[in-house]
Design a protein around this ligand. Structure first.
Ligand code: NAD
Ligand code: MG
Length: 380
């Protein structure tokens, strides 16, 4: 029996994690945390019997308490609840499937409590990787990637030394707007941006995939996870999403991990590493697939990628500004308050206005986040 906790249990990664739990008989769920989906939380409590449940919103927590009054479960709210679920003594692994920088504090506290982290919440590493990676090492815990590209690299690395890597080749689908011009991007609607060609994911990451900000975040995530220099990380567009990423070694050999696009594989691999378990689902049929094609990313049109490299090169608090500006801009786009390409404009304006801090503490990261939010509030 392995016991886990899940931050973000009602989302795309969270529900697929519970699918993995359901399909295997030997995983137990100690705690779950989510934003406000009371109905789904109630169903999850009844099915998986967690001891503690954190609901971010106070009202939703009240409603949930009433709904599960017949059960022995502790319902908590806010950051206090998230931290409690992240540090439950029973849990060996914490799945960080929450979206956004809100995941930083729970992730840090879970590491301090000695939990291995199955990390989906990339925004946490992008903004606080310089704090999280050394802390994980100090506390002797593993950061197991759930993001499909990073899981692919992790799987290719099995038995190899990271020092033998020449470069990482992170694959990208190119998103729903691959091939469009900058002019054509201006008018795209929320509905169009939410139609990812290959993956079904939460709204924020789906928009990030359309802007290529997601790929930028993944470059920074890979830098921290595998201790790479930025110029060792290359993005390759592979529109069929069959190759999930690759490693080129010093001798020129390239290892790739392939498969149908299904997040349950990286989730399950992280939960059972180094063991591989049966996973139901479609298998790759190469004859049916016919071809796998490759392109360079269009960095003139999809500014998410070059802006991310800029933030990563400048380092310090700049990736926090990049990420926070993007989080707020995406939320405005989803509310139809700004256009698609305004996301780029907002990120650039926030980075231009920011005076970089070299080794930001957690407090300084959260201050930089606020700074970006305030600038956006005053101008958009
Ligand atoms: P989602 O929007 O589907 O789910 C987010 C979850 O976080 C929900 O359960 C929501 O209730 C919870 N949440 C949000 N704010 C919260 C708060 N303040 N307190 C408590 N819970 C809160 O998102 P997702 O697509 O599952 O993505 C989650 C993370 O995983 C993101 O960082 C994303 O980049 C990463 N990721 C997702 C995928 C994917 O296929 N969906 C792939 C790779 C990486
Ligand atoms: Mg990914």
């Amino acid at each position: 029996m392995k016991t886990i906790s899940i931050l973000g249990s009602t989302g795309s990664i969270g529900t697929q994690t519970l699918d993995v739990v359901r399909a295997n008989g030997d995983l137990r769920v100690a705690g779950i945390a989510a934003g406000r989906n009371v109905r789904l939380l109630e169903a999850q409590i009844r099915e998986f019997s967690p001891k503690v449940v954190a609901v971010w919103e106070e009202e939703a927590a009240k409603e949930l308490k009433t709904a599960v009054a017949d059960l022995d479960v502790k319902i908590m709210t806010g950051m206090e609840g998230l931290l409690e679920v992240a540090t439950l003594p029973e849990a060996e692994i914490v799945v960080t499937a929450i979206v956004g920088m809100i995941g930083i504090r729970p992730t840090i506290e879970a590491i301090r409590a000695g939990k291995d982290i199955a990390l989906a919440n990339k925004e946490t590493l992008v903004t606080a990787g310089h704090l999280i990676m050394p802390l994980a090492q100090e506390c002797g815990v593993r950061i197991l990637p759930v993001d499909s590209e990073h899981s692919a690299i992790f799987q290719c690395l099995n038995g190899e030394q990271p020092s033998q890597i020449e470069k990482l080749l992170i694959t990208a689908s190119g998103g729903p707007f691959r091939g469009r011009t900058a002019e054509e991007l201006k008018g795209v609607r929320v509905e169009d941006a939410l139609k990812h060609p290959n993956w079904s994911m939460g709204q924020k990451i789906t928009i990030d995939s359309a802007t290529l900000v997601n790929k930028g975040l993944e470059v920074m995530e890979a830098k921290w996870l595998f201790g790479m220099d930025l110029d060792q990380i290359e993005v390759v567009v592979q529109p069929q999403s069959v190759i999930h990423s690759m490693i080129e070694f010093k001798d020129g050999a390239i290892m790739a991990q392939l498969g149908t696009p299904d997040m349950k594989l990286p989730i399950q691999y992280a939960l059972y590493y180094p063991e591989r378990r049966y996973l139901a689902g479609d298998r790759l049929d190469f004859a049916k697939l016919g071809q796998i094609t490759f392109e360079r990313p269009d960095t003139e049109v999809f500014l998410g990628l070059p802006y991310a490299y800029r933030a990563a090169r400048e380092g310090g608090s700049m990736p926090t500004i990049f990420n926070a500006a993007n989080e707020r801009a995406v939320s405005r786009f989803l509310q139809r308050k700004i256009g698609f390409t305004d996301i780029y404009e907002i990120i650039a304006a926030c980075m231009d206005a920011h005076k970089k801090i070299e080794h930001p503490s957690l407090e300084q990261i959260l201050e930089a986040e606020q700074e970006a939010y305030e600038l956006i509030e005053s101008r958009w």
